[in-house]
Design a protein around this ligand. Structure first.
Ligand SMILES: *Cc1c(COP(=O)(O)O)cnc(C)c1O
Length: 428
């Protein structure tokens, strides 16, 4: 029976049988005990599925990963300690020193640093392209050693919408997968696998948790990318040749196209880097997921209503929101995000840096935070906070104007948010 997304949000991943706890139990245990060494040996050899150590797998985490997997329509998934860990693992699972990634330039700052600088120090090269690059521009970015393409469905904080179909077609023509960070829309508003993406990542810290309670991440595999195809297999020896660090297992053969990527990522990267999500945090994440479908509708409705209201306000010089008619990303948002994009809106306060500063002082409902995608509205003036060491020219170079304010609309009543913004703008 195929299930609708709201039901999966509420019930996916954990279905108790007769006499079992209704709520997902927290397996607060590092270790599992076995009657014989032979049994444990079979688990270590990946001959049998089972738990032995929480760094590798934990039933609470697995249930929540299974829910996210079902929401995205994937074949396998895993949780990580943060969104940063999810993106690093997803990339590094199929890349090594000497390899190259084509990435959208409109991505989260932390991910840009990870790819450009930290993975750069590991000997991995990168080329950045526009999220709206044409097929020709994309083709020109590939090299002999390119191993994947990376982008964000809706970029944080630029709010650009990735042209997923064009990026997927280019990646596949060059025999590599497309990895998409789907943090902002969540699978409630966009399922990138339906547009050709092969692997999806999340910072579950944002809307999925949704209550500012637990940092976390997730990786989901579609199971669609054929690692063993002629011309492709040689490019991914980590999946298609024996793993000497794991008894010579060939992941793509032993676990099939649906299981290879996540099994390798767990057995190798989680084993060696150990960025696990704690079972307690996975439990909190699951509580957030239970209302994700309801919250996303409200976040998106509030985002659009407030963007529309701001666009008509005389003290607002410009507004960006992908679902706002006339926005530079509106056509792409209509295609990929017809039911709404996210609750984040950026806008310019007329009068520039000092006017924006004054406006921020008077807000009572939206709180000043670096966070986004929380049930509570939050707001940030980068020129006066995260980017305050920069002058106007340096700000312009990274696409941030001194008047820019980023508002993450929560799930409060839109009328209260508008009244708050209105009174604060009256001081400008
Ligand atoms: C926040 C964020 C990240 C990083 O996630 P953390 O959970 O903070 O490590 C990655 N990608 C996007 C789109 C984000 O918004």
């Amino acid at each position: 029976m195929s299930e609708s997304i709201g039901t999966t949000c509420v019930q996916g991943g954990y279905r108790p049988s007769d006499g079992e706890p209704r709520q997902l139990p927290i397996y607060q245990s590092t270790t599992w005990k076995y009657d014989t060494s032979e049994h444990m040996g079979r688990l270590f050899d990946l001959e049998e599925a089972g738990y032995f150590y929480t760094r590798l797998q934990n039933p609470t985490n697995d249930a929540v990963a299974a829910k996210i997997c079902a929401l995205e329509g994937g074949s396998a998934a895993m949780l990580t300690s943060s969104g940063q860990a999810a993106n690093f693992f997803a990339l590094f699972n199929i890349m090594s020193a000497g390899d190259h990634v084509v990435a959208s330039s409109a991505i989260y700052g932390g991910t840009f640093n990870l790819i450009k600088h930290t993975m750069g120090r590991m000997g991995i090269q990168s080329t950045f392209v526009s999220p709206h690059a044409t097929r020709e521009e994309l083709d020109a970015a590939f090299q002999e050693n390119t191993k994947c393409v990376f982008g964000e469905t809706v970029a944080n904080p630029a709010l650009d919408v990735l042209d997923i179909e064009t990026f997927a077609a280019a990646a596949h023509a060059h025999g590599v997968p497309l990895i998409v960070d789907n943090t902002f829309p969540t699978p409630v508003k966009c399922r990138p696998f339906e547009w050709g993406a092969d692997i999806v990542t999340h910072s579950t810290t944002k809307y999925m948790d949704g209550h500012g309670a637990a940092v976390g991440g997730a990786i989901v595999d579609s199971g669609h990318f054929d690692w063993l195809a002629p011309g492709v297999a040689e490019r991914f020896p980590g999946l298609t040749t024996p793993d000497v660090s794991y008894h010579g297992v060939v992941y793509a053969e032993k676990f099939g196209l649906g299981g290879a990527f996540i099994t390798k990522c767990t057995a190798q990267l989680m084993r060696d880097f150990g960025s696990i999500q704690s079972p307690q945090n996975a439990f909190l994440l699951n509580m957030g997921l239970e209302s994700l479908h309801l919250r996303m509708d409200r976040h998106c409705a509030n985002g659009l209503e407030i963007a529309t209201w701001l666009a008509a306000h005389p003290k607002v010089s410009w507004v960006r929101h992908p679902s706002l008619p006339g926005d530079a990303n509106y056509q792409l948002a209509c295609k990929y995000l017809p039911q709404g994009s996210c609750g984040v809106v950026s806008f310019g306060v007329a009068g520039g840096r000092s006017a924006a500063e004054e406006f921020m002082k008077h807000l009572r409902v939206a709180a000043i935070e670096t966070h986004v995608a929380d049930a509570r509205s939050c707001i940030l003036h980068p020129a006066n906070a995260t980017h305050r060491q920069m002058n106007d020219q340096e700000l312009a170079d990274c696409g941030i104007t001194p008047d820019l304010v980023r508002l993450s609309c929560g799930i409060e009543d839109a009328s209260d948010l508008i009244a708050d913004l209105d009174q604060a703008l009256s001081f400008v």
